[in-house]
Design a protein around this ligand. Sequence first.
Ligand code: AMP
Ligand code: FE
Ligand code: FE
Ligand code: ZN
Length: 296
Amino acid sequence: MPIDLHAHTTASDGTFSPRGLVEHAKELGLRAVAVSDHDTIFGWREALEVERELGVEVVPAIELSVSDENGKFHVLGFFPTRTDLNETELGAQITELQRERDERNTRIYENLARMGVPVDPRRVREIAGGGAQIGRPHIARALIELGHATSVQDAFDQYLDANGPAYSGKKGLTPSHAVKLIHEAGGLAVWAHPTRSPSERAEVLDFSRGEALLRLWLDWGLDGLETFYGAYSPEEAEWTRAMSEKYDLLGTGGSDFHGATKPNVPLGQVNGATEVPDEVLAHLTARAASSKSSMK
Ligand code: AMP
Ligand code: FE
Ligand code: FE
Ligand code: ZN
């Protein structure tokens, strides 16, 4: 049975609740699904609570936004051997990331107001589902409601993407620091959609530059590469597979499902229309267990 190791919930910018995501995975016949929200583990508890009831394995994960002099990247942390992140330095850093995000959102609201398209932060919070983390896709949906954009993509193109007039960045972690924090917390670090780095870009990275960057990640102790991904072309799928083989990296994969935020990305489908094989999770779990025993 197939699996999906990259999915978002209402804990970040997905539109399915953690429970709803696991239910959807069950409907699709998936054996396992990762809850890999941006910069938060808020969705883990609810998803893990329904794991038994629904008979779908939940893999606790996080997708950290990181940056350094080479650009912006996403790194996935997987925690198949269960850990209480609140007790770790990674947990403390996640709290700091939330604070930076709140300040960044305030600057975006100010920029939009200055441009004559004010959005109400309270409405954005409602759209985000109350207590959850607020991201640009939620601000995008508020802009659509107000008639200033026709789709989430249009809102990014007009206002919110990294070159957009309302954009404001946040500091975040460096890739090397993120890998270290994930390891200290007992997790495995995977460079997410490497060919789509910098992380905001739709076009594909030059592969020779990609390999040079990958060597840096290897020095930092990277465990894996996302070798299956919702939006990969055959060339990207082949390059990531070849790189993971060449450098003995774990190959993981998932759709990057966001529900209605990315309506063209269905759960469980990668590299066009194929599925992530079950054995990927077995490899992940085995490597997590062996790195844990070697740390002792
Ligand atoms: P934030 O974490 O608030 O900065 O928002 C980042 C999220 O916005 C990403 O994970 C994507 O889901 C989405 N996003 C970022 N850049 C774009 C873009 N250019 N077009 C559409 N969605 C984007
Ligand atoms: Fe997202
Ligand atoms: Fe990502
Ligand atoms: Zn993602």
